[in-house]
Design a protein around this ligand. Structure first.
Ligand code: GCU
Length: 351
């Protein structure tokens, strides 16, 4: 069923993209309205989809005579990598991409993919809300045709497996673990001793079910919203990354908006951020409950120190490779200090 659904999705994506291209960048809506297409890879029960529907309502409520916003969930327009490319060329106007995927489009995004970068959820939120940190990074892909317009909370990433409880890094040895397609994630997995298997999000369920992989790593929503908890019975809070999702937009579209319309879109981006964050906390709690009670997933709380110890040297090697990221990294460390969990000093890296 999922295979058929995916095949249908892909062909629908191809048709939509072809028609978007034929329609010269999204024109052709009813009454000559400009169609604004937004793609993402989550299901319709996910906070990202809920937030984008609010965006649709916000923009259409103010500019509905000129714009028709269409939100395409569930990889209907292709994988995240496909969607970033479509946004880049203007075949679609916006998409949500994991920060991990953006690392392959701009080295600057490597920063937010570092394992154990943020010392607490509060420090993560404060850092992502700090425009001195995000501004230059979000603008850095303009020459490539797209820019980031807001960030979206995607919680904390943890390991989960079909049948091996992960209590320490040693338990990862020999296991094939799906990671997102980014050099940082592959390196992290290598250091932790598992065998990194990069693949797109939409392929993970089948790969788990057919035992091509032994596990994956993600936030709790993947267990329920994507059904991974039907197959994986151990979810282990090693807390290795807080990787944001990023809403990106096509620069030509954004730059072509008259100032008063651009202002409405900018307000709409804030709506996406606020609604998603509000929905996120509730969604994760519900996902945990459903995973434990209906899917029989066992939640484990290992000591995170051995995982951190292995991963932290990556900070210095990444900063050595990309020295321009150091001021942003330092600013994040300041947020880590300001929002340190009680009884800790809040610094994660080797300062
Ligand atoms: C999360 C994240 C997605 C990402 C996915 C993945 O669900 O929100 O943007 O695609 O993880 O692991 O690929």
């Amino acid at each position: 069923m999922r295979g058929i659904y995916r095949a249908l999705s892909l062909s629908l994506g191809t048709i939509l993209v072809a028609s978007a291209l034929a329609g010269c960048g999204g024109s052709g809506g009813a009454g000559g309205k400009r169609i604004v297409r937004i793609g993402h890879n989550q299901a319709t029960d996910h906070p990202t989809h809920v937030a984008l529907l609010e965006f649709e309502g916000y923009v259409e409520g103010r500019l509905g005579d000129r714009y028709e916003v269409e939100v395409y969930p569930s990889e209907l327009l292709g994988s995240q990598t496909d969607m970033v490319q479509l946004t880049q060329t203007g075949a679609i106007d916006f998409c949500v991409a994991s920060n991990s995927i953006l690392e392959t489009f701009s080295d600057n995004y490597t920063l937010f993919n570092m394992p154990y970068l943020f010392g607490s959820a509060e420090a993560y939120h404060a850092s992502m809300d700090d425009q001195d940190i995000t501004g230059p990074i979000f603008d850095s892909t303009k020459k490539a045709g797209f820019e980031a317009v807001t960030w979206i909370d995607a919680g904390t990433r943890n390991f989960y497996t079909v049948s091996t409880p992960i209590e320490s890094p040693a338990d990862l040895k020999g296991l094939k673990i799906r990671v997102q397609q980014s050099p940082t994630n592959v390196e992290m997995m290598r250091l932790l001793g598992g065998s990194a298997t990069p693949m797109g999000f939409g392929e993970v369920y089948t790969a788990l079910q057919s035992k091509i992989i032994d596990g994956a790593e993600n936030n709790e929503m993947a267990l329920t919203s994507n059904g991974h908890g039907d197959v994986c019975k151990f979810y282990s809070y090693d807390m290795h990354q807080m990787i944001p999702d990023i809403l990106i937009g096509n620069c030509a579209f954004l730059d072509g908006l008259p100032p008063e319309e651009r202002a409405v879109f900018e307000e709409g981006f804030q709506v996406v951020n606020e609604v998603e964050r509000r929905e996120w906390t509730k969604a994760v709690e519900a996902a945990k409950e459903r995973a434990a009670n209906d899917q029989g997933v066992q939640f484990l709380y290992p000591d995170t120190a051995p995982f951190q110890e292995i991963c932290l040297p990556m900070h210095q090697s990444i900063l050595g490779q990309y020295p321009d990221l150091k001021p942003f990294y330092d600013a994040i460390q300041a947020h880590n200090k300001a929002y340190a969990p009680e009884g800790t000093e809040g610094g994660q890296g080797n300062e």
